[in-house]
Design a protein around this ligand. Structure first.
Ligand code: ADE
Length: 225
């Protein structure tokens, strides 16, 4: 898989891909990531990428031309499976969307700033508009890192234990059950007996029942789907 990320603050994206699972995925050649500085496509000596909004109002808008130029370049040799714009007015990001996007060969993520990008770029180029939650971030970079992380960890070979991603919260519309590791007793609190029993069907049953309990109390909306 190849992911292109378009940003006016590329420095914000330096760290997320340099550590842990994502770095391993890159080192193993399972994913390649290119971060593009939109300012290189900006207009005039000042490399302008934003301007006042027509109709007045506070806040700048990211101009159509620099984005269009960069997107034309990125798609000139190979089309993208999805061009995603990160925006608080997009559709909520879900595990199911991460699952389907993990089957893509090529993704382009566009990080917005200020009041967002000119609507005509959304109309012309963007195939998916995604929000990572009902709050406003200073820009789309952290949201792009969230999307990339949730997609990359699903690629075959990225996680050491291939079954691990399947038992994550949300994979079956359930939150994950509690987990414990050594010691078996900590500050007088004991690990549930069943987990030490070696009885794998009883353990599986306990995990399912705890997952259901947790989902019912914290996220009953998931059980309606
Ligand atoms: N950009 C700013 N806020 C955002 C959000 N909640 N999700 C995605 N992109 C954003």
């Amino acid at each position: 898989m190849h992911i292109d990320i378009v940003s006016v603050v590329p420095e914000l994206l330096e760290s997320p891909f340099r550590h842990s699972i994502l770095m391993r995925a890159i080192d193993k050649g399972l994913v390649t990531i290119s971060i593009h500085d939109l300012r290189e496509y900006g207009i005039g000596n000042y490399r302008q990428v934003d301007d006042y909004q027509f109709g007045g109002g506070a806040g700048m808008v990211m101009m159509a031309e620099p984005l269009n130029k960069l997107l034309e370049k990125l798609t000139s040799d190979q089309p993208a499976d999805a061009i995603v714009y990160l925006t608080p007015d997009g559709e909520s990001w879900k595990q199911s969307t991460a699952n389907s996007m993990s089957l893509s060969k090529r993704l382009i993520l566009i990080c917005g700033h200020y009041k967002g990008i000119d609507q005509r770029i959304r109309d012309l180029w963007v195939t998916h508009e995604v929000s990572i939650g009902d709050y406003v971030l200073s820009g789309g970079e952290l949201a792009a890192a969230v999307l990339a992380d949730s997609i990359i960890r699903l690629l075959p070979g990225v996680l050491n234990d291939a079954g691990s991603a399947l038992s994550d919260s949300f994979q079956d519309n359930l939150l994950a059950p509690p987990v414990y590791t050594r010691p078996a007793e900590f500050k007088g609190m004991k690990v549930p007996e069943v987990l030490l029993s070696g009885n794998f069907s009883a353990i599986e049953e306990w995990r399912e029942s705890e997952a259901l309990k947790r989902t019912e109390s914290r996220r009953p909306d998931l059980l309606k789907d």
